[in-house]
Write a protein that binds this ligand. Structure first.
Ligand code: FE
Length: 203
C-alpha cells in the first residue's frame, strides 16, 4: 500500500497536551472527531503510542486539545514534534501557554479554541490508541481559521529547496523535513504521526 494515499484524506492539525507526575508534555495530532453532542459531548482522538503524551493520557485519563490556526508558525511544529518528550521538556521556556481548570496546559497563542477531555474508553489499534473522551470544557480563543493539513503544506511548511540544502531526513508520507542527523529513534513525524522508519535520509 502507498501510505501517501492516506494523505489525500482531510486532516486538521492540533496540539495535544497532558500531564503526569507533575510533568507537562504535548504532541501534534491530526485525527480528532466529534462523535456526539447529546446528552454529553463525546469526541475521539487518535495518538501514536511512541509519543510520551500518549502514555501520560493513559495514566491520567485527561488531556487538552488546542486547535491550531492558520497563523501558526513552523516553530510550533518543531517544538511539539521533534521528540517523544520522554527526556526533553517541550514546555520549558515555551511561552504562549496557559493552564485550564483541569490543571493542564493549552496553547494560548495560535489557537482558535481549546477543549478539555476526560477519557472514558481506550481502543488499541497497534501503532496508535484511540481515546474516547467526554469533552468537559471548551473555550473559543480567537476568530482565525482552523489549520488544515492542506494549508500547512501550502503556507507553513518550509519549501523543499530550502530544506534540501540543509540536509536531514524527509518523511516519506507527508514530506516533513527533520533538519538534523541522526534522526532520533523515537522521532514521530509531527504532521502525519508516522515514526522514524518512514523517513529517508536526504542526500
Ligand atoms: Fe510525515
Amino acid at each position: 500500500m502507498d501510505k501517501k494515499a492516506l494523505f489525500k484524506l482531510g486532516y486538521g492539525l492540533y496540539v495535544l497536551t497532558a500531564q503526569s507526575d507533575g510533568k507537562d508534555n504535548g504532541c501534534i495530532v491530526n485525527t480528532v472527531l466529534q462523535v456526539t453532542s447529546d446528552p454529553s459531548v463525546v469526541g475521539v482522538i487518535t495518538v501514536n503510542k511512541q509519543n510520551f503524551t500518549h502514555d501520560m493520557i493513559m495514566k491520567s485519563k485527561k488531556f487538552n486539545l488546542s486547535v491550531l490556526t492558520t497563523e501558526t508558525p513552523f516553530a510550533v511544529f518543531e517544538n511539539f514534534g521533534y521528540q517523544s518528550g520522554k527526556t526533553a521538556d517541550k514546555l520549558a521556556g515555551y511561552t504562549g501557554v496557559a493552564r485550564s481548570e483541569n490543571g493542564l496546559v493549552y496553547l494560548s497563542d495560535y489557537t482558535g479554541a481549546y477543549l478539555s477531555g476526560e477519557v472514558t474508553g481506550t481502543f488499541d489499534f497497534g501503532s496508535h490508541t484511540m481515546f474516547k473522551a467526554e469533552i468537559t470544557a471548551g473555550e473559543v480563543l480567537g476568530a482565525a481559521d482552523s489549520l488544515t493539513y492542506a494549508y500547512y503544506q501550502q503556507h507553513i511548511k518550509p519549501k523543499p529547496q530550502d530544506s534540501a540544502k540543509k540536509g536531514g531526513w524527509r518523511c516519506n508520507i507527508c514530506g516533513y523535513v527533520y533538519e538534523g542527523d541522526p534522526l532520533p529513534a523515537d522521532f514521530i513525524c509531527p504532521i502525519c504521526k508516522h515514526g522514524a522508519s518512514d523517513f529517508t535520509k536526504i542526500t
